[in-house]
Ligand binder design. Structure first.
Ligand code: XMP
Length: 536
């Protein structure tokens, strides 16, 4: 049975990060709403209670019945989780004189406690709390203190319960990973057997059982999530899977052709639908960004549905939905805060059931699963690309000619990013390796392309703007393009990437010399927020 840790989400911004850290320990975990503990699931080996934006004294504070798991399996409370355990068992939580955010140092800790195995003296931890625990319940003992916080960590003397006021999941808690390992591996007894290979093996088996001889359709986009989902399903059910890849005419240069080629090499049964004429016709003269998006969304569903209906007897619609899509879509109160972008609106009469084999995975895990199935590296490391494609990167109305100009400029930019190599060390190298980019560490350094170092890059055609230039003896009056490159881990926030000047000089020169219709190149130095990654 696949062991798992349950992380109960009380609404903290770092709950997802706890999940990441547990998965990094090769241990499967699920983040559940605070009130949805799966009582009868015997595969649960431990519970972590997250932080929360609330104080335990708030009327709206999230409350949970701790007796569901305390005394039965090991429990770790983090921040609000720690306060809640104290508060619910007769301890005391009070508003602190001064709210405490940022670095603190564990001045004292119990070296014998299994939670602190391998800890060095005066370890730095990260605090972020307004309330403080001023008394712990009976049968509990203090196991760590900082200069300001007496009960920085405490534990039960009778049951396997630990509680920490600080946040072990954040990078700045220097031994946080060690603490989580002590809890997950030593205390909960994780076998650490969750890996990409084991995921492929169990998922293929489960898909075979779930789908039997049923027919499945899947919408491919060329992106890593839908591609990995397709290859997994292909392993499980082979020709019973039909993939549909719609070309709306606003993909990258040669992308439709190249990706179709890749899919065929992977043995997938793919129907490529060139619907570009319909999209261009429906978009003609439309300049409003939201209207453009709506038309593309509507046309996409129409084209996809028409093709899907031809697949008579299909019982399932498969999607490459991943874990963050679902966490972003549902907050713990169950309200939709951002609906995700996968294919929607299939006709009801088709009566399809949904199959989402990657729904528990983070992006870098999807990439690892792809590698474990020997998918080509360029498919796996491909940057995210918006569903409406280059349409959200052309200001003003869309014409095939503008798309051609943008494709040519973008192709030079993206090829340049792939060709330019950089050497990284320290935290930069760690971040890139943690994202699953394959690179060999030599003398503390790795060599990767600029493309692999950033989250996402693209070119924007400012076709509502013209500026004067001079080429040879000729005056020009043409459009600028803006280059965009951002670093991010989840696209919720992003920073502009600090690309080397010599790279920008080379790319700018090549675009202006080779792409007719462009006479100026700018670099977008806005972060998200307040800007977004895409311009429209
Ligand atoms: P923004 O522009 O909102 O983008 O900062 C965040 C991430 O989402 C991608 N994006 C989309 N993806 N359909 C998609 O499949 C869309 O309509 C869409 N709009 C934005 C964007 O490329 C970035 O990765």
């Amino acid at each position: 049975m696949q062991q798992k840790i349950i992380i109960l989400d009380f609404g903290s911004q770092t709950t997802q990060l706890i999940g990441r850290r547990v998965r990094e320990l090769d241990t499967f975990c699920e983040i559940m709403p605070y009130n949805k503990f799966p009582k009868d699931d015997e595969s649960v080996i431990g519970v972590i209670l997250s932080g929360s934006p609330y104080s335990v004294h708030d009327k709206e504070a999230f409350k949970v019945d701790l007796s569901q798991f305390i005394g039965r399996i090991p429990v770790l409370g983090i921040c609000y989780g720690a306060q809640y355990i104290s508060y619910s068992n007769g301890g005391k939580v009070e508003a602190a004189d001064s709210r405490e955010y940022g670095r603190a140092c564990l001045e004292q800790f119990d070296k014998e406690d299994p939670l602190f195995k391998g800890f060095v003296d005066k370890s730095q931890v990260w605090m972020s709390h307004g309330d403080t625990i001023t008394a712990i319940p009976e049968d509990y003992k203090c196991i760590a203190s900082t200069a300001n916080v007496k009960f920085a960590a405490y534990a039960s003397t009778k049951q396997p319960v630990w509680a920490v006021q600080f946040h072990p999941e954040v990078f700045h808690s220097l031994q946080g990973t060690q603490l989580l390992k002590n809890f997950v591996v030593d205390i909960c007894g994780s076998r650490q057997d969750w890996s990409a290979d084991s995921f492929v093996e169990t998922t293929v088996k489960e898909l075979k059982e779930q789908l039997g001889d049923d027919k499945v359709i899947l919408g491919l986009s060329g992106g890593v999530d839908s591609s990995v989902a397709a290859v997994l399903l292909n392993k499980a059910i082979g020709k019973n899977l039909t993939c549909i890849f719609v070309d709306h005419g606003m993909l990258r240069k040669n992308e439709f052709r190249d990706v179709m080629e890749d899919y065929k090499c992977l043995g997938l049964n793919v129907i490529g639908v060139d619907a570009s004429e319909k999209f261009f016709a429906d978009l003609a003269g439309v300049t409003d960004p939201e209207k453009k998006r709506k038309i593309i969304g509507r046309d996409f569903v129409e084209v996809f549905n028409a093709e899907a209906k031809k697949q008579t007897g299909a019982k399932w619609l498969a999607q490459g939905t991943i874990y963050p899509d679902r966490i972003e879509s549902l907050n713990i109160t169950g309200k939709v805060i951002k609906s995700h972008h996968n294919v929607g609106g299939l006709p009801k009469e088709m009566n399809l059931q949904l199959c989402e084999p990657l729904k528990w995975l983070f992006k870098d895990e999807v990439r690892r699963v792809g590698r474990s199935m020997a998918m080509p590296e360029h498919l796996i490391t491909r940057h995210p690309f918006p569903g409406p494609g280059l349409a959200v990167r052309i200001l003003g109305d869309i014409t095939p000619e503008k798309v051609r100009i943008l494709q040519d400029a973008d192709d030079i930019y993206i090829r340049g990013l792939r060709d330019y190599k950089v050497r990284l060390s320290g935290e930069d190298a760690r971040r890139v390796l943690a994202a699953g980019v394959p690179a060999d560490m030599q003398n503390g350094e790795i060599e990767v392309s600029l493309y692999d170092q950033i989250w996402q890059a693209g070119t924007v055609l400012l076709s509502t703007v013209r500026s004067v230039g001079v080429m040879g003896d000729e005056r020009t009056y043409e459009h600028p393009v803006a280059l965009r490159a951002v670093t991010s881990t989840d696209a919720m926030t992003a920073d502009w990437a600090h690309l080397p000047y010599d790279f920008m000089a080379k790319v700018s020169n090549e675009i202006i010399n080779k792409v007719r219709g462009v006479n100026r190149v700018c670099y977008d130095i806005s972060s998200k927020p307040p800007a977004t990654i895409e311009w429209e």
